[in-house]
Design a protein around this ligand. Sequence first.
Ligand code: ASC
Length: 150
Amino acid sequence: MKNAVRIVVAAAVIVSALPAMAQFQKPEDAVKYRQASFTVMAAHFGRIGAMVQGKVPFDAKAAQDNAALVETMSKLPWAGFGADTESVASKAKPEIWKEKAKFDQSNEKLLAAATALNTAAKSGNLDTIKKAFGETAATCKACHDDYRAK
Ligand code: ASC
């Protein structure tokens, strides 16, 4: 039993440290990592979007699976915005590093919205999911408006 407790505690520590654990050989790798995590997040968010917009039939299980992935993915990109990545060509605006605290706050809004979307998806109610989807999309857009070049 004691060992089981130790294992659970160790696992919790590892999971909570996941984003911080992302370390990169070179700044270009960090940029690829953050772009890849945004791509995967957008793919799963988009599958919920298609249901919300009535483009594909509502499937409660698919909504739940995709929302769980969106929540997980929402934690990852930020480790890829290290100070040494500012000079790597990408759509990321210099403001990210000039006002890092504000950028971090913007990310926190996505994390909170993605957690709420995951909770909403568990309700199995399309209207509830629609509302949480819209609130999450708004956090994506706000950050893009401020920090992503067109
Ligand atoms: C998406 C997606 C985004 C956001 C954004 C919301 O589905 O890929 O980046 O929503 O377009 O405005």
